[in-house]
Design a protein around this ligand. Structure first.
Ligand SMILES: Nc1ncnc2c1ncn2[C@@H]1O[C@H](COP(=O)(O)OP(=O)(O)OP(=O)(O)O)[C@@H](O)[C@H]1O
Ligand SMILES: [Mg+2]
Length: 250
């Protein structure tokens, strides 16, 4: 077991009115618990607003939960920034437009002291090679790349820290269909090569079926179903999962 979420809840307060008094609470996550086996892929599905990205941000410590804890490799959260990386949906927003690709890749290598200055270029080249991007990219800026190429660069940056686990938050949703499949296959190859564990977020059950070993279904911030992917596909127990399956078969 590599990642464990224990009774995670996340509430956002909404301020309103002239005096900005607290007027409401969004229960983005309510008592979410699950664990992920090492080297497996957990698919996380759910409609828009069901709490998927909130959960991803809590898992990588970009956001603190209101209640509950995240454990990684058996210990409570400490410094697992390096071991757990995240790739977001929009590769246009997640690369700094003013940073050359080499600096984007050097940054995590330097922060986590994974390379001496004179090794940086070779390491960055290896990372690009792993995701199928030519080393010419090193001196270029994000604007010179397509969405699919940018997403590959984001994946290379995630790989830079030699993580054990990568959270992929709808990593292909913004891309063309033909590019989507290539990227999924790249992710599967990288998983084998670097012995990775994935948490793969998608609202597309067909994609989850292609990628995941087990699945967790979120609805309104709660887990309504979780377990082995095949079993759930064969016998969904919750009406919401059934409706997801029906729309995936269309
Ligand atoms: N920073 C925030 N402040 C207030 N409410 C928030 C914040 N972030 C998320 N929410 C709310 O929490 C709920 C869950 O949002 P979240 O982004 O996690 O959903 P999601 O499943 O990732 O949706 P999508 O499929 O559209 O990406 C939504 O109701 C959202 O409006
Ligand atoms: Mg989201």
């Amino acid at each position: 077991m590599i990642v464990r979420a224990v009774h995670i809840s996340k509430y956002f307060s909404i301020e309103g009115g002239v005096f900005k008094r607290e007027t409401g609470l969004v229960r983005a996550l309510e008592d979410v618990s699950f664990s992920v086996e090492e080297f497996s892929t957990l698919g996380i599905v759910g409609e828009s607003g069901s709490g998927k990205t909130t959960l991803a941000k809590i898992l990588v410590q970009l956001m603190a939960p209101t209640k509950g804890v995240v454990e990684f490799d058996g210990s409570k959260i400490s410094n697992f920034r390096k071991d757990m990386q995240i790739v977001f949906q929009n590769p246009y927003a997640s690369l700094d437009p003013k940073m050359r690709i080499k600096d984007t890749l050097y940054e995590p290598l330097l922060i986590h002291r994974l390379a001496m200055p004179k090794q940086l270029r070779d390491k960055a080249r290896e990372l690009l090679d792993a995701v199928g991007i030519n080393e010419d990219a090193l001196g270029r800026f994000p604007a010179e790349f397509s969405g699919g190429q940018r997403q590959r660069i984001c994946i290379a940056r995630a790989l830079a820290t030699q993580p054990k686990c990568i959270i992929l938050d709808e990593p292909i949703s913004s891309l063309d269909l033909t590019i989507q499949l290539k990227l999924l296959d790249l992710l599967l190859r990288l998983k084998e090569r670097f012995k990775l564990t994935y948490l793969f977020i998608s609202h597309n059950l067909n994609v989850i079926k292609y990628m995941a070993d087990s699945v967790l279904v979120l609805q309104g911030g709660r887990i309504v179903e979780q377990g082995d992917m095949r079993a759930i596909f064969a016998h969904p127990s919750h009406p919401y999962t059934e409706s997801l399956l029906r729309s995936a078969r269309r």
